[in-house]
Design a protein around this ligand. Structure first.
Ligand code: HMG
Ligand code: MG
Length: 311
């Protein structure tokens, strides 16, 4: 299978970490119901393809996200098959009820997900912008006391479908407050994919000025307006080294109008390997996984690289 010609850019980092969200962000938004065994196989194959971090599922209310209602069953399968590697797969947890479910199964990495806007907090969490912290504070405190690692997402960083533009200062205030609860990393979500490269640079700079180093930050781009790869390159130039992406470009948020798939992992890997940046990912193996998952879902992968290589 073709690989990009490697031409190094000495200004850029020599390796980056890809945080794979296809099994969670990808599958939470699919209309097809994916059998639990197929989800487990998806996660296993993503790990086998060299993805270092694979977010597996969400311990949210099953009525809110029916596609992931089998989270308990899936994690039971993965922990029994993979042992510690299974326990280390991150899972989304919004509240203490979700944390209890994760702890019962031995999960060691959770991710909370806050909103930078009032409207999305209401729609996604049934909570207000301020109120969401009342849910996250005890959740993170107990998770940390139990020795868990906590990632924090902040959504609607670059625009909101109901509120329009979102001020950079508002995103920094909410994001820093989430991070300061005790997270090891803050992932900046362009939930509806409206951000552009200059905006990415401005937001990252504002977070740096607020005291969060690039090491504490990750970027999470959806590709609705075709900007995800350009935005990832802007973040790379800024010095970010953790990139969220979804195998095959699956994804979206059922509670955000117009959110489409995430930046496709294959498209990101093609760019990074072309720049001579190590990811640990075996691109041909990953393309095979996404082609197989496209068959399970009954629709072609939205990734351009998968389309180019799988033919
Ligand atoms: P609520 O209805 O306000 O919950 O939902 P509640 O606290 O009032 O509880 C009501 C009932 O739900 C109770 O049961 C609870 O036990 C139960 P009852 O006493 O009536 O029998 N319950 C739960 N059951 C299972 N697991 C739980 C749980 N919590 C309560 N964790 C809640 C509030 C936060 C739970 C709800 O709004 C929810 O689940 N939201 C999740 C939405 C979601 O998953 N969205 C997608 C992920 S975010 C995303 O995709 C963005 C991201 O990718 C970044 C980006 O792109 O920007 C991360
Ligand atoms: Mg997302």
């Amino acid at each position: 299978m073709r690989e990009p010609q490697r031409v190094l850019d000495p200004q850029l980092p020599t390796s980056v970490t890809i945080y794979e969200v296809g099994a969670r962000d990808g599958l939470q938004n699919e209309s097809a119901t994916v059998p639990t065994e197929a989800k487990a196989e998806f996660v296993r194959r993503l790990l086998d393809a060299g993805l270092p971090i694979v977010e597996a599922t969400s311990f949210v209310h099953p009525k809110w996200v029916p596609q992931l209602a089998d989270a308990g069953e899936l994690m039971t399968t993965l922990v029994s098959e993979l042992g510690d590697k299974g326990r280390d797969l991150p899972v989304l947890v919004p509240n203490e009820r979700g944390l209890n479910r994760a702890l019962d199964l031995g999960c060691r990495h959770i991710a909370i997900f806050g909103s930078a806007t009032e409207t999305f907090a209401r729609r996604n969490l049934n909570s207000g912008l301020d109120e969401q912290f009342a849910m996250f504070e005890p959740t993170v405190a107990r998770a940390r006391a139990e020795g868990l690692d906590v990632r924090a997402y902040v959504s609607m960083c670059f625009g909101d479908p109901w509120e329009g533009d979102v001020p950079v200062e508002q995103v920094v205030t909410v994001g820093k407050r989430l991070f300061d609860l005790g997270a090891s990393q803050l992932s900046l979500g362009d939930t509806i994919g409206v951000g552009t490269a200059g905006h990415v640079r401005a937001l990252l700079t504002a977070f740096n000025e607020a005291g969060l180093d690039n090491d504490a930050l990750a970027v999470h781009f959806h590709d609705t307006y075709g900007q995800a790869l350009a935005n990832a390159h802007a973040a790379l130039e800024h010095g970010i080294t953790t990139f969220d992406a979804s195998a095959g470009g699956l994804g979206g948020c059922p509670y955000a109008e117009s959110a489409t798939g995430n930046l496709a992992t294959e498209d990101l890997v093609w760019m990074l390997h072309g720049l001579g940046i190590e990811t640990g990912v075996d691109l041909p193996a990953l393309v095979e996984v996404s082609t197989w998952m496209a068959g399970v879902l009954g629709r072609p992968s939205p990734s351009r690289v998968v389309a180019a290589l799988a033919g």
